[in-house]
Ligand binder design. Structure first.
Ligand SMILES: O=C(O)[C@H](CS(=O)(=O)O)OP(=O)(O)O
Length: 230
């Protein structure tokens, strides 16, 4: 099996085989929390207008995500796992728009199987990626706004590769490397109130959940749902 690590939007466009689009801060940590809180599905879109239109049509009940890190006007939630962790989402379908993660999902049109990945679902995602013994697995680190590479997504890709190749990786080592990064330092900064420290704590709770987020097309929209091992 060929395992390729890619980055950013062009990496998502090139990705082949079974693909993990990685966004630790914060899109797919937030999506995982939403699914764990009972959301039925997360419809991943490229624009805030698409998310709002899906809610207006009744296709989803809630909108979450960000532009410039903050909830767009009319959204129910920002892109904060901590904020979402306090909500009752039982049975809700949610539309999500973010600057990196959901853009990568939309761009990954060549994937034969697609996952939205972060560290909270790392082991479950690694197991899911190898099911069906694909010829190729591509791990795409989405970075900031899908244009600047970031430590947390690149380290998540390396951790996933270790797991896929049968090594345990180093959970605490990965955590500490990310905590030392520029992006981690933004959380809890009083000048960035949209980035609570609790978001960082949740995002680095590696293997918090025992499901992967499988993304499949539904009426042309990529829809993420929890996928547990059989
Ligand atoms: O809200 C976030 O943490 C980021 C901001 S940016 O778009 O990467 O600049 O969004 P995400 O898509 O979750 O990386």
């Amino acid at each position: 099996m060929d395992i390729v690590i890619e980055s950013l939007l062009d990496g998502a466009r090139r990705a082949r085989g079974h693909v993990a689009i990685i966004d630790v801060f914060r899109a797919f940590t937030t999506a995982a929390v939403a699914l764990a809180k009972g959301a039925s599905e997360v419809v991943m879109v490229g624009s805030a207008d698409e998310a709002l239109a899906l809610r207006a049509q009744g296709r989803v009940q809630l909108c979450m995500g960000e532009i410039g890190g903050r909830a767009p006007p009319g959204f129910d939630f920002g892109n904060s796992p901590y904020e979402v962790s306090a909500a009752d989402l039982a049975g809700c379908a949610i539309a999500q728009r973010t600057g990196a993660g959901t853009q990568g999902i939309v761009a990954a049109a060549q994937a034969t199987r697609l996952y939205a990945a972060s560290l909270v679902t790392a082991s479950a995602t690694a197991r899911a990626l190898v099911r069906g013994t694909p010829a190729a697995v591509t791990l795409v680190a989405m970075g900031n706004n899908a244009v600047v590479r970031t430590d947390e997504d690149e380290i998540c890709a390396l951790h996933l590769r270790n797991l896929i190749e049968g090594r345990p990786g180093h959970v605490e080592g990965a955590r500490q490397m990310i905590l030392a990064s520029r992006e981690a330092s933004y959380f809890g900064d009083p000048t960035r109130p949209h980035l609570p420290r609790a978001d960082l704590d949740i995002a680095l709770d590696i293997d918090r959940y025992d499901f992967a987020i499988r993304v499949e097309l539904d009426d042309g929209y990529p829809v993420g749902r929890a996928e547990r091992a059989q």
